[in-house]
Design a protein around this ligand. Structure first.
Ligand SMILES: Nc1ncnc2c1ncn2[C@@H]1O[C@H](COP(=O)(O)OP(=O)(O)OP(=O)(O)O)[C@@H](O)[C@H]1O
Ligand code: SF4
Ligand SMILES: [Mg+2]
Length: 315
C-alpha cells in the first residue's frame, strides 16, 4: 500500500490493559492485553464495533491516558505511566487528529494564529513560509489564514485539524475516526491528504475506524478489535480477502460494497465489557462456535499467511 515501512518499530505496545471502575466493585475492561508494533512510515488501522476500545487504546498510544498494566514504547523509550513533565520533549513527536475537533479551535481566533500557537508554546522558530507550507500540505489555499473557524466547511475543517496536528512535524499521528463525519466524496479527499502526507513525510499513522471500507484505503495493516482485545492482525489486503477470524468475516459481511461469499453476517449485540464472556469473548455470537470455545480463551498467535489470530478454529 502507501508509504515504505522500514523494519525498526516506532511504536511498541506490550500487554496493555485499561480498566474503568464502574461502581459496586465492578470493573469495565476497555482494553485487555493488547500488543502490537507500528513501524516507521507504516499505517496501522484499529477497527471494530462501537465500544470495543479503539479510542481508549488510541489515547494510551500517545500517553494521553495511563494503562493499568503493560507498556508503550515510542522510538525505544517507555512513554506509558510517565508524568506530563517528563513527556514534554517527546509529546510534539506524536499527535492526535479527532473526528471533528473544531470545537478546540477558539472561535474568536483567526485560524492562522491558531495554527502557529503550538510553535510558540514549544519555542520553535517559524517564518512566513511556515504556514504556507503547512496549508499546502493539507490542500488548503494560503489566503485562508485570516478567516475564523466557523466559516469553514466540514472537509476544510478536517484539513485544518490535520494541519494543526502536523505543525510540530510529528513522526506519529493517531487519527480517531478522521473521516467518519464526512460524506463519501469528502472522505476520499481526506484519505488522499493522508496518503500524500505519508509519502512526503514518512509519517507513521494509527487510524481508528469502525468502517472497513475506509480502512481498506488507508492502512497497510489492520488490527481487528473485539471487547478490548485484538482478535486478528495482518496485512490489509490479505486480511480483507481471506479473513481468518469469524469476527473479521462477520465484519466484512457488513460491507455491502465488497462482494464476499460468506453467509456469516454479524448477529446479536456485543456483550458488556463489564461481564466479558468466559472462554472466547466472541463465543456468544460466533457462527463457528464449538464446545471448547465457551471455557478456553484463545490467545493471539501466528497462523498461516503471516496473520495473527485469536481463535481455536481459524479459517
Ligand atoms: N472514562 C470512562 N469511564 C468508564 N468507561 C469508559 C470510559 N471511557 C470509555 N469507557 C468505556 O470503555 C469502552 C471502550 O470505549 P471506547 O470509547 O474506547 O470505544 P470505541 O471503540 O472508541 O467506540 P466508538 O466506536 O463508539 O468510538 C466502552 O464500553 C466505553 O463505554
Ligand atoms: S474461538 Fe471459537 S467462538 Fe471464538 S471465534 Fe474461534 S470458533 Fe468462534
Ligand atoms: Mg471511539
Amino acid at each position: 500500500m502507501q508509504g515504505k515501512a522500514s523494519s525498526a518499530p516506532l511504536l511498541e505496545v506490550t500487554n496493555l490493559h485499561r480498566r474503568y471502575p464502574v461502581g459496586k466493585g465492578r470493573v469495565l475492561h476497555a482494553v485487555s492485553g493488547v500488543s502490537f508494533t507500528v513501524r516507521r512510515g507504516e499505517a496501522l488501522a484499529l477497527v471494530g464495533e462501537s465500544g470495543c476500545g479503539k479510542s481508549t487504546l488510541g489515547r494510551l498510544l500517545i500517553a494521553l491516558d495511563r494503562p493499568d498494566e503493560g507498556e508503550v514504547r515510542f522510538d525505544g523509550q517507555v512513554i506509558s505511566g510517565r508524568s506530563d513533565r517528563s513527556l514534554r520533549a517527546v509529546r510534539p513527536r506524536m499527535q492526535m487528529v479527532f473526528q471533528d475537533s473544531l470545537s478546540s479551535f477558539n472561535p474568536r481566533r483567526r485560524v492562522g494564529d491558531a495554527l502557529l500557537e503550538p510553535l510558540k508554546i514549544h519555542g520553535r522558530s517559524y517564518d512566513s513560509s511556515t504556514l504556507e507550507r503547512l496549508l499546502v500540505q493539507v490542500g488548503l489555499p494560503p489566503d485562508i489564514v485570516g478567516r475564523f473557524p466557523k466559516t469553514f466547511s466540514g472537509g476544510q475543517r478536517q484539513r485544518l485539524n490535520i494541519a494543526r496536528a502536523l505543525v510540530l512535524q510529528p513522526e506519529l499521528l493517531v487519527a480517531d475516526e478522521p473521516v467518519s463525519a464526512l460524506d463519501v466524496s469528502l472522505q476520499a479527499q481526506i484519505i488522499n491528504v493522508f496518503h500524500d502526507l505519508r509519502a512526503e513525510l514518512g509519517l507513521s499513522c494509527v487510524f481508528i475506524s469502525h468502517d472497513l471500507s475506509v480502512v481498506r484505503q488507508m492502512a497497510d495493516r489492520v488490527a481487528v478489535m473485539y471487547l478490548g482485545r485484538i482478535v486478528e492482525l495482518g496485512e490489509t489486503l490479505s486480511l480483507m480477502k481471506h479473513p481468518a477470524h469469524p469476527y473479521t468475516r462477520a465484519l466484512l459481511e457488513s460491507i455491502p460494497r465488497l462482494h464476499h461469499p460468506l453467509p456469516d453476517a454479524l448477529q446479536g449485540d456485543v456483550p458488556s465489557p463489564v461481564d466479558v464472556p468466559q472462554g472466547c469473548p466472541f463465543h456468544t455470537r460466533c457462527p463457528s462456535v464449538q464446545s471448547r470455545c465457551a471455557h478456553e480463551r484463545p490467545v493471539l498467535r501466528p497462523v498461516e499467511g503471516g496473520r495473527d489470530v485469536a481463535c481455536h478454529y481459524p479459517v
